[in-house]
Write a protein that binds this ligand. Structure first.
Ligand code: SPV
Ligand code: MG
Length: 430
């Protein structure tokens, strides 16, 4: 009987380095590839371009591969304990960094049946990360970008969006990543906020800035980025206009449109006084959701219903009734908003809604209850978190401070330590 050789791969971008590993592995026996699922990859590195099925097809057709099985965690133990392979083969580039702990676990697991780890010399000057960066610089297509949000929701414990109001903020979201506890942390996409789109144009958040103007601005961000976008569409406007809005957003490659159940002249939901603001009737808002849903070209485009019951002082029961009705009408996700300092309202909602037969993924916007962290949102079954205005607030704070300092000192020297240095700004966009 031939020996079993286990190789774990993401196989999102295959290159000669992978073929080298697989070829050498096949010399030791039958190669079983543990193909990392989207979920497994999302826990420690950048989300794959291709989904599991697509990656599986490619691998199954490589002559050095005997079998492909899913590896559902970054850790190999589960598959190793089932397969008990004679060998595990990996490139020798995983001794340091986010993979080193996984390597240690592989070694200790293999010990149980005297399996061996074979490490193959890393192929120089080639890596998926290098290729990925090159591909990123080429950009993306609207279809690929649009489909990302659904995939992220299916694969990640929580999907993290941050507000963007221009290309520069988009680029920060696109590029920033930090390593913490053996994981690469990054934002998954951009929230196109009505509040910050308005403020950046010196207008109030009451639909003074129309959709066309906002989408024109968004186009610049689309040019500079590849991550998915959730568009804040206020209440979606008149029913007669929704079809055109959906069309424009889809064509641009936006992944989701959030519509809120308010009518009449809107104001921002975080204002204390919401006295003159009216909520739509369930019936009318469901009609709006249906129109939006019927206008879609692709199932990848998500219609998110945003419930303002808590903002307007209404009850949990009202919010739940609406959530079920909106879900039945076709909403793909529910954004439950609150302007309380604690997450009590939204957690009381999620506790009930998760049990509903009309359950849909829930989105939280912790602007006021900002002490609430992602771990507790996950525990309370939220799938998406939107940090809705923070890059705008950060830049306003820094700009105000710098402008005041220059006035006060009659020169700019004192502000140098608070601002990005010239060298970095010049090199920011290569
Ligand atoms: C926005 O960012 O414009 C929003 C969220 O709609 S909130 O400001 O809380 O209304
Ligand atoms: Mg808004």
């Amino acid at each position: 009987m031939k020996k079993i050789v286990y190789v774990a791969l993401s196989a999102d971008i295959l290159h000669e380095g992978h073929i080298n590993v697989l070829k050498k592995a096949s010399k030791f026996g039958d190669v079983v590839v543990g193909l990392l699922t989207d979920e497994a990859i999302a826990t420690y590195k950048k989300f794959p371009h291709l989904n599991y099925k697509q990656r599986e097809i490619v691998l199954k057709n490589i002559k050095f591969v005997k079998r492909v099985i899913p590896q559902r965690t970054h850790d190999y133990s589960e598959n190793l304990n089932i397969l008990k392979p004679h060998f595990v083969v990996h490139g020798d580039d995983w001794k340091k960094g986010v993979q080193s702990l996984v390597r240690k676990r592989v070694l200790s697991t293999l010990k149980k049946w005297k399996g061996k780890l074979i490490e193959i010399k890393y192929t120089k000057n080639i890596s998926s990360t290098l290729i990925r960066d090159k591909i990123k610089s080429l950009g993306t297509t609207p279809e690929v970008r649009k489909s990302k949000l659904k995939r992220l929701i299916a694969a990640k414990k929580i999907v993290r969006f941050l507000e963007s109001h221009n290309s520069l903020t988009g680029l920060i979201i696109e590029k920033l990543n930090i390593v913490s506890k053996n994981q690469i942390l990054e934002f998954d996409g951009m929230w196109s906020s009505s509040l910050t789109d308005s403020i950046s144009r010196g207008k109030p958040d009451n639909q003074s800035v129309d959709y066309s103007t906002r989408i024109l601005g968004l186009n610049e961000t689309l040019d500079a980025t590849t991550k998915p976008i959730i568009f804040d569409a206020d209440n979606g406007g008149r029913n007669e206009h929704i079809r055109h809005l959906v069309k424009s957003l889809e064509r641009a490659g936006v992944s989701a449109m959030v519509i809120e159940d308010k009518v009449g002249l809107k104001q921002n939901s975080l204002f204390k006084n919401q006295k003159n603001i009216k909520q739509d009737s369930i019936k009318e808002f469901c009609k709006k959701i249906q129109i939006a849903k019927d206008s879609r070209i692709s199932n990848d485009f998500m219609i998110v219903a945003r419930i303002e019951s808590f903002i307007l002082g209404k009850s949990l029961k009202d919010a739940l009734n609406r959530a079920e009705a909106y879900s039945k009408a076709g909403a793909d996700a529910i954004l439950i908003h609150s302007k309380e300092k604690t997450p009590k309202q939204i957690f009381s909602f999620s506790k009930k809604f998760i049990k509903s037969k009309y359950y849909k993924p829930m989105i939280a916007v912790p602007s006021k209850y900002s002490k609430t962290n992602e771990i507790s949102l996950i525990k309370n079954n939220f799938k998406v978190v939107i940090y809705a205005n923070h890059l705008m607030r950060a830049s306003h704070f820094a700009m105000y401070k710098t402008a005041s300092q220059i006035l006060k000192n009659g020169r700019s020297f004192e502000s140098e330590k608070n601002i990005t240095n010239l060298e970095s700004i010049l090199r920011l966009i290569k």
